[in-house]
Write a protein that binds this ligand. Structure first.
Ligand SMILES: C[S@@+](CC[C@H](N)C(=O)[O-])C[C@H]1O[C@@H](n2cnc3c(N)ncnc32)[C@H](O)[C@@H]1O
Length: 249
């Protein structure tokens, strides 16, 4: 899996984030080396990143993505032939943007480590409704031929559990096949039966042709089944810092 490094503005377009959305507490899952949380921090937006790689690689992840993106320029050129070149001018621009975003990520994870939490779907280290809005890009559905349906079901419910209001996911198309995730409709019916209705919305962002839709889960009515207590220390620490301000102990 190529770890990508998309930007705050790209996330804004992919998830149709309004100024009002950005007033909420947001979780980016999985964030990889994206600079959404860094950009959010600069704008005073309360956002947290989670990714399973943060358990092992933190600042180095940014460095790795910087190097890997540069090394893989020719492979990326091959993989992205036929893409819609409106966000990025061309493959060299994509490489330059990802490297810049990975650098921004690296600086922010060093400066604000509590904003970057190690965690792995389908079980996140956060309490129920810990965030207002959860955004999730380029894992679920995109890797739909490598991650099975059970993983998707469990991960979607986990994202709904930690989101007080909404979960937004992008894209809905499987990378390797270029077609919409085949079990999407069935999964949406199952989620609706469990109290998580959803809708598909077109967004003003398209890179891979046809990938211009997000799935929005309404999680406000969802109550997750009781489970054994989990560690929520990381989430509590971030929340506390947010409430008390960065000068707190
Ligand atoms: C293609 S990257 C997408 C990163 C970011 N959302 C973006 O759009 O730039 C996929 C990320 O998913 C993370 N990942 C894969 N499986 C995961 C899991 N089960 N739980 C949490 N993160 C996972 C990987 O570590 C990687 O950083």
């Amino acid at each position: 899996m190529l770890v990508s490094a998309r930007s705050f503005d790209e996330y804004r377009a992919m998830f149709a984030l309004t100024d009002r959305d950005l007033e909420q507490r947001i979780l980016d899952c999985p964030a990889g080396a994206a600079s959404f949380v860094a950009g959010a921090g600069r704008r005073g937006v309360d956002a947290v990143a989670v990714d399973r790689q943060y358990a092992h690689h933190r600042e180095e992840l940014g460095l790795l993505v910087e190097r890997e993106t540069g090394f893989k320029r020719d492979l990326l050129a091959e993989e992205t032939a036929g893409c819609v070149w409106s966000w990025y001018a061309d493959v060299d621009d994509l490489v330059a943007q990802w490297i810049a975003n990975a650098r921004e990520f690296r600086a922010d994870i060093g400066a604000r480590p509590d904003r970057y939490v190690a965690g792995s779907l389908p079980e996140l280290p956060f309490g129920d409704d810990a965030f207002d809005l959860v955004i999730s890009s380029h894992l679920l559905f995109a890797y739909g031929n490598r991650l099975d349906e059970e993983f998707h079901r469990a991960a979607l419910l986990e994202l709904a559990r930690v989101a007080r209001r909404e979960v937004r996911l992008f894209p809905l198309v499987v990378y390797d096949t270029g077609v919409r995730y085949p079990r999407l409709a069935a999964l949406r019916r199952e989620l609706a039966a469990l109290g998580v209705p959803s809708r598909v919305e077109r967004v003003a962002y398209e890179f891979r042709p046809g990938n211009d839709e997000m799935l929005v889960l309404s999680s406000d009515g969802y109550r997750a089944p009781e489970r054994p207590p989990r560690s929520v220390a990381a989430e509590d620490r971030v929340r506390w810092r947010h409430r008390e301000g960065p000068a707190g102990p």
